[in-house]
Ligand binder design. Structure first.
Ligand code: G1P
Length: 288
């Protein structure tokens, strides 16, 4: 089996929950303190062995490409001023990492976004999909763990975590089989069920390792009632034909697609920052 070296980043979403900020800034560029969500996601991918980043974009997302561009003039200026700490902040992507931008064409859902990467993935090659708005803080790189399970099981593998009843209808939800430590075979997966119809409380997180065969399934997947092609529906089909594994996330996930998740992610990172913690805590304790 080929090593898993490619990751797909669907970044063509409209970010409606963050309007008007997302009129001109893609939601993946919203920062957690000073680093954009997409930068965290890319760093996780590179640390997990990814060498090619495939961004599935919408027409107005040049800012993501700009973010990863080198800035030689500013770099030289900071160097001349002995400001090496600022130079480090400019180096957003190692030069050896390849990046590819593919326009999605129309906002037709996550399944449709992933399908746009088809030409980039070889036969029998597995690849990662990362949703940057799922911001994860974990000791063990969550994508690395997924890759290990996917290679061991030779099967599509997704990341899940236990989610409260009031949030379950925001996620894909799995029916787990027997857990073997932190992973299990999936026996059912449903996109955004009502809480009473959810097969379990395990919600899907935006980290996936998929086989090339998912593209054939995606091409057959039907539009849902919201006129979108769901990756979850393709995963359900893939599960029936060649199996699907789920790995429990060991770490903390913040759903930065929601305003509360985004605020909490910022607070979480502020609490890790010695320069911010005391001030932020003092402010919070003064809040009613
Ligand atoms: C997507 C997927 C969903 C998954 C979620 C994770 O939903 O469709 O199955 O649980 O990402 O964040 P979205 O957040 O795009 O609505």
């Amino acid at each position: 089996m080929k090593k898993i070296t490619k990751a797909v980043f669907p970044v063509g979403g409209m970010g409606t929950r963050f309007l008007p900020a997302t009129k001109s800034i893609p939601k993946e560029l919203l920062p957690i303190i000073d680093k954009p969500l997409i930068q965290y996601a890319v760093e996780e991918a590179i640390d997990a062995g990814i060498e090619t980043l495939i961004f599935i974009t919408s027409a107005s997302k040049h800012a993501i490409s700009d973010h990863f561009d080198p800035m030689p003039d500013l770099r030289a200026k900071f160097m001349a001023q002995n400001k090496s700490h600022l130079v480090d902040k400019l180096d957003t992507l190692p030069l050896e990492i390849q990046r590819v931008f593919i326009p999605q064409g129309a906002p037709l859902g996550l399944g449709h976004a992933v399908l746009q990467a088809e030409a980039m993935i070889g036969a029998d090659e597995m690849f990662a999909v990362i949703l940057a708005d799922d911001f994860i803080q974990a000791e063990v790189n969550p994508l690395k763990r997924l890759v290990a399970v996917a290679e061991m099981k030779q099967s599509a593998t997704i990341s899940v975590e236990a989610v409260s009843d009031d949030r379950i209808s925001s996620y894909g939800v799995i029916q787990p089989s027997e857990w073997q430590g932190d992973f299990t075979q999936v026996t059912d997966i449903i996109e955004k069920p009502d809480a009473h119809a959810a097969p379990s409380n395990y919600g899907v997180i935006g980290r996936y390792v998929l086989p090339q065969s998912v593209f054939a399934v995606l091409r057959q997947t039907k539009m849902d009632k919201n006129s979108e092609y769901q990756l979850t529906d393709a995963l359900n089909e893939l599960m029936r034909s060649s199996g699907l594994q789920a790995v429990k996330l060991a770490g903390q996930r913040f759903d930065c697609g929601s305003q509360s998740g985004f605020v909490m992610a910022n607070l979480h990172v502020a609490m890790q920052n010695a320069g911010l913690k005391a001030q932020v805590l003092a402010y919070l304790s003064s809040c009613k």
